[in-house]
Design a protein around this ligand. Structure first.
Ligand SMILES: Cc1ncc(COP(=O)(O)O)c(C=O)c1O
Length: 469
């Protein structure tokens, strides 16, 4: 007799995607400078660890905030009992001001339209519950964040239909790609309820242009559907062109209080900009009162704890701190981005030009043995098992072209990033030598094995040999 639900036993959680499998391999053999110097370096995790010192020094200078005190008096009991799912108004006020600051104060946000959620994961799922029925669809530009297969589909029963973007125009959204995705959904008998974009993009690390944003607003206006703009990386933009929020585009178009105004929803979180994914702080911002009311009720399933709200309301209300944090964090991201680009270039590898995020979209098409996703997986396995770098293959992001990989740069020290770059360079050199050797002496079957051992790290994977994988 079947005792478990279909939901519990289906695999649409996405756990078996190579995105998550790479993390599992990393967990088995994590790099550590001292205890495991040949282990796998985690470059598949979009974490921002570059500015912890700024947060820590703020905490040291403001001990009341983390020790449940207000003006030196304990507020432990007040926080312990707080359970209003509307959230602490001091925190909501501070959060909307922080969101405006990140957008250069070109737009403002009304705290009454903000719903607090346990991270952007919960915000995106809650919006699906509010905007679509099971079996209805959202259109998403590819490549997209692999977690969306879980967040948008798994519990809600909503479907994702890809908007196919390609390297021919640097993966930008076009009118024809939008229309094709819409037609494709209709062919599949799926009713389209909206488009979801991430701006800045995960995994591309690029910001969307005004042209693309206007295209999207035009499209959803004509089709009478919703637009969700996941702006979780809005504070990570470190280079021009600057970040343009969908809110700014709406204001420029004088869309306030028009019909489309109510159909545009923003998702935000402090997981990336402040580097606090463990705190689980996210938000939905919507102009639709019914969505705000429903999402607020649903937020009971994923609230932000009161002590976290209290601590962060104190931190984000400190304008001197937030101003310095935003600009310093962006500078550090830019430096790291530069290091990664240079290191890869040194190994003959290029990247999509990017200006935001915690990762680069890396072009390794020339390292594939053939232009197929099988070859992409073959290369990915070599990079994980033999080179010792966990990166995310483009196929896990539903990229339509084999050979692209997402490589993260903000979750490790400079030394570790340098080591990762040395490893990749040795790998590419060995591949090139190998290719030369093979064309010089095709009969020497052992040359590949011999050359591989020059760069292969002695890893602990089940004792298998490097070139068997
Ligand atoms: C585009 C995007 N949305 C949502 C999330 C989930 O973020 P959170 O930790 O706030 O749930 C991520 C995390 O990587 C992301 O990249």
């Amino acid at each position: 007799m079947k005792l478990l639900s279909r939901k519990a036993t289906c695999n649409s959680h996405g756990q078996d995607s190579s995105y998550f499998l790479g993390w599992q391999e990393y967990e088995k053999n994590p790099y550590d400078e001292v205890t495991n110097p040949t282990g796998i370096i985690q470059m598949g995790l979009a974490e921002n660890q570059l500015s912890f010192d700024l947060l820590e020094s703020w905490l040291a200078n403001n001990p009341d905030a983390a020790s449940f005190k207000r003006d030196g008096e304990s507020i432990f009991r007040e926080l312990a009992l707080f359970q209003d799912y509307h959230g602490l108004s001091a925190f909501k006020n501070a959060l909307v001001e922080f969101m405006a600051e990140i957008r250069g104060n070109k737009v403002s946000f009304d705290p009454k339209k903000l719903v607090l959620t346990a991270g952007a994961t919960s915000a995106n799922e809650t919006l699906m519950f509010c905007l679509a029925e099971p079996g209805e669809a959202f259109l998403l530009p590819t490549p997209y964040y692999p977690g969306f297969d879980r967040d948008l589909k798994w519990r809600t029963g909503v479907e994702i239909v890809p908007i196919q973007c390609t390297s021919s125009n640097d993966f930008q959204i076009t009118e024809s790609a939008l229309e094709e995705a819409y037609q494709q959904a209709q062919k599949l008998n799926l009713k389209v309820k909206g488009v979801l974009v991430t701006n800045p993009s995960n995994p591309l690390g690029t910001t969307m242009s005004r042209h693309e944003l206007n295209l999207l607003v035009n499209f959803i206006t004509v089709k009478g559907i919703h637009l969700i703009s996941d702006e979780i990386y809005s504070g990570t933009v470190f280079n021009s062109p600057g970040f343009v929020s969908i809110m700014e585009v709406l204001m420029d178009r004088n869309s306030k209080n028009t019909e489309v105004w109510n159909r545009i929803h923003i998702v935000y979180s402090l997981s990336k900009d402040l580097g606090l994914p463990g705190f689980r702080v996210g938000a939905i911002y919507s102009n639709d009162d019914t969505v705000v009311a429903a999402a607020t009720k649903m937020s009971s399933f994923g609230l932000v704890s009161s002590q976290t709200q209290y601590l962060l309301s104190a931190m984000l209300s400190d304008k001197k701190f937030t101003k310095n944090y935003i600009s310093e964090n962006q500078k550090r991201l830019e430096q790291r981005h530069e290091m990664l680009i240079k290191g890869l270039k040194n190994a003959g590898i290029g990247c999509l030009m990017s200006n935001a995020g915690l990762f680069c979209w890396v072009d390794m098409r020339h390292l594939l043995s053939s232009n197929t996703f099988e070859a992409e997986m073959e290369l990915w396995k070599k990079i994980v098992y033999n080179v010792g770098l966990n990166i995310s293959p483009g196929s896990s992001c539903h990229c339509t072209e084999p050979g692209w990989f997402r490589v993260c740069f903000a979750n490790m020290s400079e030394d570790t990033l340098n080591l990762a770059m040395q490893r990749i360079k040795s790998f590419v050199n060995s591949m090139n030598n190998n290719n030369n050797d093979q064309s010089n002496d095709k009969s020497n079957k052992n040359s590949r094995r011999g050359l591989l051992t020059k760069w292969v790290f002695q890893l602990s994977f089940d004792g298998r040999e490097a070139d068997e994988r």
